[in-house]
Write a protein that binds this ligand. Structure first.
Ligand code: HEC
Ligand code: HEC
Length: 300
């Protein structure tokens, strides 16, 4: 027994001293960042440009330039590869973290909407650091992005608290963290208020938010509250998961973009279960969302 104690002490000393073991911690951090960026957070859904068929251009992954047009702004997703001139190569970790969670870039210019900065403001310090660690490993790609124009007023988010994520054993709380800090479900799925922006107070999760995918191509988001008639109240857990990860509804039809189904498919089963457990607690709101002509035609 005495010898096992001294082996423990030796192991503790080695962990403290060994640079290779310190490197292992960073590997875990990069792996977590990879999971987040390519899974539930889906940065590439906006930051990877698309071809004429709206398919992501893989050799330009994360190099930006995807256009967003809205009556209130014209912008292009940024190059978030480590290229020194046109990407994040010369940014410090703190500058990247500030852009993600508070919404101002290295030059102090405000960069949202549509980037879901209000969601990312709730991200834990560990997760945002993991995301930055992963972004540093991407292939640098030179891609100059045009300057955005905003005609709506913009404001940064208050300093992020960076609180730790709830424990995974608390399924509902951890699912809430995924939905509200990582996956920006509600920034798409909340009904618009009088000014056209999501009305989180009265329409949380009730859908009907219109997203312009291209000239004359609009989609409306679904009601994902627990309302039994117009939301997910009567869906089984399996039906909800299939919709989230495969983009297939309970009647078999495909669902429309821009929900990042293929990213969500990389979520662990444990995380998906947590999302579903949390969705069951979203207060019901009756709101029947009519799908647009584009949704009916292309995604019956
Ligand atoms: C809904 C789309 C969307 C999502 C999701 C999104 N972004 Fe962005 N992001 C943008 C747009 C658009 C811009 C450029 C805005 C501008 O120029 O005003 C931007 C700008 C940035 C910038 C500023 C870069 C610069 O050169 O100014 C960083 C850093 C960034 N995003 C990182 C991320 C990361 C990391 C994620 C995932 C955690 C992410 N974004 C998710 C749309 C998005
Ligand atoms: C970028 C916007 C966006 C994000 C982010 C997003 N969704 Fe969606 N979601 C949509 C759109 C648009 C539809 C409707 C597709 C259709 O009708 O063809 C949809 C459909 C759904 C459906 C199917 C419901 C139905 O009645 O057909 C579910 C369930 C769902 N989303 C849940 C989620 C959850 C949970 C998250 C976060 C983990 C999420 N969504 C994130 C845009 C988004």
């Amino acid at each position: 027994m005495k010898s096992s104690g001294s082996i423990m002490a030796l192991a503790v000393a080695l962990v403290a001293l060994s640079p290779s073991l310190a490197g292992a911690a960073t590997k875990a951090e990069i792996a977590r960042g990879d999971y987040l960026v390519n899974g539930p957070v889906a940065c590439g859904n906006c930051h990877t440009p698309r071809d004429a068929k709206m398919q992501p251009i893989e050799d330009k992954a994360f190099a930006g330039g995807f256009p967003f047009s809205d009556p209130g702004f014209q912008s292009f997703s940024a190059n978030i590869t480590p290229d020194k001139e046109t990407g994040l190569g010369n940014w410090t970790d703190a500058e990247i973290i500030h852009a993600i969670r508070e919404g101002a870039n290295k030059d102090g210019r405000i960069i949202f909407p549509p980037m879901p900065v209000p969601t990312y403001n709730n991200m834990s310090d560990d997760d945002v650091k993991a995301i930055v660690a992963y972004l540093r490993t991407l292939k640098p790609i030179k891609n100059e992005i045009p300057m955005a124009k905003y005609s709506i007023p913009q404001a940064t988010m208050p300093p992020a608290k960076g609180l730790p994520a709830p424990p995974k054993t608390d399924k509902v709380a951890y699912g809430g963290y995924i939905v509200n800090a990582l996956s920006h479900c509600f920034e798409c799925h909340t009904s618009p208020g009088a000014n056209g922006a999501p009305d989180f107070k009265n329409g949380l999760g009730a859908g009907g938010f219109e997203i312009v995918l291209g000239p004359g191509v609009n989609v409306r988001t679904a009601n994902i509250t627990s309302d039994p008639e117009t939301g997910l109240g009567k869906w089984t857990d399996a039906e909800i998961k299939t919709a989230i990860v495969d983009g297939i509804g309970p009647k078999g039809g495909h669902l429309a973009p821009p929900m990042p189904y293929s990213n969500f498919k990389k979520m662990t089963n444990e995380d998906l279960d947590a999302v579903v457990a949390y969705l069951r607690t979203v207060p019901p709101i009756k709101n029947k969302v009519e799908r647009t002509d584009f949704q009916m035609k292309a995604f019956p």
